[in-house]
Design a protein around this ligand. Sequence first.
Ligand SMILES: C[S@@+](CC[C@H](N)C(=O)[O-])C[C@H]1O[C@@H](n2cnc3c(N)ncnc32)[C@H](O)[C@@H]1O
Length: 272
Amino acid sequence: MNAPLPAWLDRVFCEDALSGMARLPDGAIDLIVADPPYGLGKDYGNDSDKMADKHGVDVYLDWMAQWIDVALPKLAPTGSLYICLTWRYAPEIFVMLKQRMTMINEIIWDRRVPSMGGSTRSYTSVHDTIGLFAKQKGYYFDVDAVRIPYDAETKKARSRSIFVGAKWLEIGYNPKDLWSVSRLHREHPEREDHPTQKPLEIIERMVKASCPPGGVVLDPFMGSGTTAVAALRNSRHFVGFELNPDYCAQIEQRLVRETPVLASPLLDDIVK
Ligand SMILES: C[S@@+](CC[C@H](N)C(=O)[O-])C[C@H]1O[C@@H](n2cnc3c(N)ncnc32)[C@H](O)[C@@H]1O
């Protein structure tokens, strides 16, 4: 008989991530996907993104260091962390993380913003900055799980005899550190009522590459629950935290809708 799953697994806790994460056992998490408040004043129904404006950048950066120091001991030795940021504070936060972990990649998410309007006093910002950090050198990373198939045209162009049977042509190429994925528009079927919802394509790539099947993904700042959906759809477990009760309710509905078979036995357990 399989051992019972820990009570905190596959649950969204509607509470502050700092106190919530402290209850998790050390070393139990394979991957952290963190999309924290960016310090840009966005409205999440709370003041979390207004910390830098209201109390100063140092207070915001101190808070970042605080949750990072609670989260990192939860990672297994082979674990890693993706952190979604913007150009505004990514430099300071990357330095902070480099003092604690090994930096593997800086990923640029090109949000594929159409070319119209934008800033006239600076270059229009159309990307997010994502850091990938590992706890140690032997971190888990499965590139085969995230290879991108070559399109028919490329395959055809490589049909000369020297390429026939070439393994790389069949298995696809490994993703680069520039990810061009459209942001979610209002009318996009995936879109939830959350101002900074991440596309599933992005979070699923992180989960597939950096969390072993059956492993556990921790998301301290769940928002609309993208990480939970990505984990369940790919046979991984999750645990997450979110301050705003409206978003917690939204996650519950989203899990029923997008992962019905997988999520239904978990629902009674979701803490509000
Ligand atoms: C950038 S959004 C996350 C978006 C998410 N990745 C998605 O795809 O929907 C950050 C979220 O963190 C939440 N948050 C802010 N401070 C928090 C805290 N101390 N503990 C838990 N959640 C928090 C906010 O309410 C907001 O929904």
